[in-house]
Every structure is written in C-alpha cells, then in structure tokens.
Design a protein around this ligand. Structure first.
Ligand code: MV4
Length: 446
C-alpha cells in the first residue's frame, strides 16, 4: 500500500497528481524549485519541499535532490509525472533501491522500450507491423547506404534514444544520406549522450495515433482506445483528440490489440502509450512512451477512468479492476494545449506575470491548469500553462463546445496560443477530420 507519495514534477501535472492523491486518501509531498516558490498548487499538497534553484538540472532533474526530499519526507512512493525524470531508468532504479515505489514500469522495461530500435524489435517479434527499415542499429556509412538503397528513398534516420524529433534526419538520395547519417549521430550524441541510430522508410504524410494502455503487476494489460495527435508543430503536440477521426473501425481494433500484445511481451505495468503512424489504411508501430502523457485526460473523458489514480493503484500492486470488454469509450474528447508563447513571434516563449485569467467552464468542459491571475510563468521550463478539454456525444458537438470554451478563455499579461486554437477549430479540414502530421505546418505557412 502507498500512504505517502512524492511528486517529482511541477505545474499542472503536479496539481493533477495532488488531486488524485487527495481522492485516494494518500498524503502528497510536492517538490518545487525556487522559480516555482509561492505557486498556489503547492499549498494543496500535504507538504512542499524546495529542492533547488530554477534551472531544472539543479532541481527537477537532480536525482540526489529528489531522493533526499523523498527520504526527508518519508514517502513510500514517487510519481514522476511526464518529462523530467519520467522515463529515466536509472531514477526508477535508485527509487526502488531506496525502498521507494516508482510509479511506472520496471527499470528494465523503461530501458528496453526507451531504446527505440529495441522496442521496434520487440514489436516485430510480437508480430506487430513496423515501418520497413534496418533491423536494429546502423553502425557505419556503408551499412546506412546499403539499407537506404534497399528500402528506397526517402528514408528517415532516427536516434535509438531519440524523442521530440531530435536526432532525426530525412534523406532523399545517397548524398543527403551520407550527410544526414553523420548529423543525426552528432545531434543524438549531444542530446542523449548516445549516437546510435537506425533507419526507416520515411512515410510522407501519416497520422500520429497512439493507444493508451494500463497493465498490472500480475501481467494483465488492457487498452483504453486511441488519441490522434497529428496536430503538432515542430514535434510539439498542439491538439489531441479521441477517438481519431481518421481511422476505420477495423484498424482501431487491430491497433488496440497490437498495443496490448506488445505491452504484455515486454512485461509492461502501469500506464503507458503505444505510438503508431497511420497512412494509406495501414498502421505501423513506432515507439512506446513509458509514462503518463500530457494528453491523458482525453482518454479519461472518453472512458471515465481516472488514469492517475489507476497508475497509483497499479504501482501499489493492485490488479486491474476491469476487463477489456468493460472498457467502452463513449463520445468525443478534444484537448487544446494552452502555451505561454507569442503567435506573432514565431511562437517564442512568453513568460511573465499573468494579470488576468478567466477560465472557461460549463457543460463538458475541463481545465487542467495551475495558473491564475497573479501567477508568474517562469522562463525556465516548458511553456505549457494548462490544458483545455471538452467532451461531447459527437465530434461535431465537441468542436462547437471547444470554440465556445476558447472564446471564454481570457489570459492577460502574457501571450498565449489561444488564437491559434481558435483558428484551427474553425479550419474546414480540421472540421472534417482530414488532417495529418503536416496539417499545422501547412496552415501556418499560409
Ligand atoms: C516517422 C515519420 C515518418 N516516417 N517515421 C516524429 C517523432 C517521432 N516520435 C517519430 N516521428 C516521425 N516518425 C517514419 N518512418 C514521421 C514522424 C513525424 C511525426 C510523428 C508523429 C507526430 C508528428 C510528426 C511530425 C513530423 C514527423
């Protein structure tokens, strides 16, 4: 049993976890950096501990500081949220070595799926479709060239430790392959301390669809349906929705089964996401996210399942409380990520003091945010300051509701991307559900 839990994160997800703990009657201890001191959500936890100065390397990413806080606070579990240390196998290992339950999968599973070439091999071994490409890492220019010529251009060179699109290079011919292979390796070395790359056929216009899964420590896994995350800019998701407006029912069923099969084959427990690309009626596994994701509330709204509470229950060893047949997603949910950024300055971060904040509400509206009039958005972290979600019976009604909610949202003092969301929600292609990962870049270039 978990009685007292440390939240190794900040902002809206820290608040989200505090709320889940309160409902589970678990004491919460939240850590914070000097940049976040005074933020109101800290008062909602049972205890708040300052772990260091603003730069995340010295606070939210500092394993010694967080473990010290956990020891001082005498917690029996740590929830990492997303980002920061959420998929750090070493952190999970240190937690458990200190007798602290890490809310997430085993360190070996995190390590295994964190290596994207290895995750792909596991998927291939489980009979799940993967994008054609190298069978594992590519260790020389010669091998890279041979593989690229065999599968045909364009190809994509990807870092095995990659994420967020870093260490990725497209190559259209032998020349750009040679250059791309080297730059991808160098970029991966700088970003992840690991220059290992692999090669895939480049899909030119896919949708990004991901399946939410839950697994218990007894080996049971269920899937809670998909989210479409194709609306993104520079590998940052901007809008997510579920179900995906772009995939037929038979594909939905197969993708869900594939996700469960893969999760079982790697001994996955806790909450996780299996990502796929979908193009020309076919789906391909790309990666596993061994954490709760920003967009998890989309699935909470369509299934009625509290994913954070489930994560904590599963971490404490409880079996899944429902069978696959009992999961019946209903209606439609959309999430708009609200970022402190300036649409007129190429979406540059816009930190500062929020002077006015009027939050939407009413039927079918959910706002997950830690900010308010008087709060200061620090320049040190991700620019997301909240998430606006809506739920309705149909996608058309959800769109109408999101437009209404966006029109109610007023944030002053800093710039936000709310105007961008208004524009997307009125776009005819978006309205028809006809969009791929290229949609937002194209919208912004017109
Ligand atoms: C791809 C792809 C096309 N072909 N793989 C981007 C980040 C990483 N999660 C995987 N990504 C992609 N992998 C092949 N073989 C296109 C992307 C991609 C993308 C994927 C999901 C969401 C948005 C994206 C935007 C550009 C490229």
């Amino acid at each position: 049993m978990i009685h007292r839990l440390l939240i190794a994160n900040r902002g809206e997800i820290a608040l989200r976890i505090i709320r889940a703990c309160r409902e589970l009657d678990i004491e919460s201890v939240v850590v914070y950096s000097q940049a976040d001191a005074g933020s109101a959500y800290l008062d909602l936890a049972d205890e708040a501990i300052c772990i260091g100065p603003a730069p995340s390397a010295q606070s939210y990413l500092s394993i010694p500081s967080i473990i010290s806080a956990a020891e001082i606070a005498n917690v029996d579990a740590v929830h990492p949220g997303y980002g920061f240390l959420a998929e750090n196998a070493h952190f999970a290992e240190v937690c458990r070595a200190n007798n602290i339950e890490f809310v997430g999968p085993d360190e070996d599973t995190i390590r295994r799926v964190g290596d994207k070439a290895e995750a792909k091999s596991a998927a291939r071994a489980a009979g799940i479709p993967v994008v054609e490409g190298s069978d594992g890492p590519v260790d020389s220019d010669e091998d890279a060239l041979e593989i690229a010529r065999a599968i045909g251009y364009p190809v994509l060179i990807k870092a095995v430790s990659g994420g967020g699109g870093r260490g990725m290079r497209i190559a259209h011919n032998d020349i750009s392959l040679a250059a791309g292979y080297q730059t991808a390796r160098a970029e991966a070395e700088t970003a992840f301390g690991d220059s290992t790359v692999y090669i895939e056929k480049y899909l030119e216009d896919p949708r990004h669809v991901e399946i939410q899964i839950l697994g218990d420590k007894q080996g049971n896994v269920i899937q809670l349906g998909e989210r479409d995350c194709s609306v993104q800019r520079r590998h940052q998701k901007v809008i997510e929705e579920g179900p995906s407006p772009g995939i037929p029912n038979d594909v939905r069923t197969k993708m869900g089964r594939a996700a469960v099969k893969l999760a079982k084959s790697v001994g996955y427990h806790g909450a996780g996401t299996v990502e796929f690309l979908y193009e020309n009626k076919k789906f391909y596994f790309i990666e596993v996210n061994a954490r709760i994701q920003v967009e998890h509330p989309v699935t909470e709204l369509t299934t009625g399942i509290d994913l954070i509470k489930e994560q904590i229950r599963l971490a404490s060893g409880e079996p899944l409380g429902r069978k696959q047949q009992q999961v019946k997603p209903k209606g439609h949910a959309i999430e708009c990520r609200i970022n402190a950024e300036d649409p007129d300055r190429n979406f540059a971060p816009s930190p500062g003091l929020i002077t006015q904040c009027v939050v939407p509400g009413g039927p079918g509206v959910r706002v997950d945010s830690h900010v308010y009039a008087g709060s200061r958005v620090p320049p040190n972290y991700d620019s997301m300051i909240g998430k606006l979600l809506v739920w309705a019976d149909t996608r058309a009604e959800a769109i109408t509701r999101m437009r209404r909610a966006l029109d109610e949202y007023k944030i002053e003092g800093i710039k936000t991307n709310i105007s961008l969301h208004r524009r997307i929600l009125r776009n005819a292609y978006f309205e028809r559900g006809e969009y791929t990962t290229r949609f937002l870049d194209e919208l912004l270039s017109t």
